[in-house]
Write a protein that binds this ligand. Structure first.
Ligand SMILES: N[C@@H]1[C@@H](O)[C@H](O)[C@@H](COP(=O)(O)O)O[C@@H]1O
Length: 245
């Protein structure tokens, strides 16, 4: 794993955004794997500004998202469909039919998981996957204990994940209990992965990832055996690692 150490959130967003734009310009029909949460918002802002200033085109780009809550009504502002439209897609020249997110309202969720997994292959696999990291080491919504050979599946969200994500909802009771997520094996199939981390809340998870052992108890550790992972982490997210090394 390669590490790019940056000073703060703004710097993380700029560095990751710059690298993404270079890749998009050299492969204008690439498949981007995208993430939600607070972490990638700054990167998306960088991409939007670059699109306006430098006309980087997304006309032939395909995107596929990691996950979606189950059961949030269509158009709910906390759904990852809305998050992606508001924070990225509506501000680019991307074709909306080329953006894919699991359907958390599908009648048959098992069929939806299988469909999504096939879709990843059909669009050619993911060239670059962007990941955040949960405080408990989750990637996508793959909670501790998820098998490393898992494919797109339904998850029961861990209580601490629901608490962490409740800041976007009116109350914890409104946070869905289930989600659909790409599996760890689906993520590992990506040809390249950027994992972004900012802030002291992520410091323990980043220290575990950089020094810890390969274990299904810590989902992000699956990345240790992928050959093209770059961690872009700021000083605050590296405090525990720095103290221990
Ligand atoms: N499903 C998402 C993850 O993809 C994300 O990485 C994580 C961290 O979120 P944040 O970036 O807001 O800290 O939260 C959610 O649970």
């Amino acid at each position: 794993m390669k590490i790019i150490r940056v000073s703060n959130y703004e710097d993380m967003s700029k560095q990751a955004g710059k690298l993404m734009v270079e890749k998009i310009r050299s492969n204008p029909s690439m498949v981007l794997g995208l993430a939600t949460g607070s972490t990638p918002i700054g990167v998306y802002q960088y991409l939007i500004k670059d699109h306006k200033d430098n006309s980087t085109s997304y006309k032939n780009i395909k995107t596929i998202n990691l996950d979606e809550y189950i059961g949030l009504p269509f158009g709910d502002s906390n759904s990852y469909h809305d998050f992606m439209k508001n924070n990225l897609f509506n501000h680019l020249d991307i074709q909306h039919e080329n953006t894919y997110i699991p359907n958390g309202n599908a009648k048959d969720l098992d069929i939806e998981c299988a469909r999504y997994e096939t879709l990843i292959q059909e669009i050619g696999g993911i060239d670059l996957q962007i990941l955040g990291i949960g405080e408990n080491g989750h990637i996508g919504f793959n909670e501790p204990g998820t098998a490393f050979d898992s494919r797109t599946h339904i998850v029961n969200l861990a209580e601490n994940t629901r608490v962490a994500n409740s800041r976007f909802f009116q109350s914890i009771a409104d946070v869905p209990t289930h989600a659909i997520t790409m599996g760890i094996a689906s993520i590992l199939d990506s040809r390249e992965i950027f994992l972004l981390a900012s802030g002291v809340k992520k410091a323990q998870a980043i220290a575990c990832l950089m020094t810890g052992k390969w274990s299904e108890d810590f989902p992000a550790s699956a990345l240790m055996h992928h050959k093209n992972v770059t961690i872009i982490a700021d000083e605050d997210a590296l405090t525990v690692f720095d103290k221990e090394n």
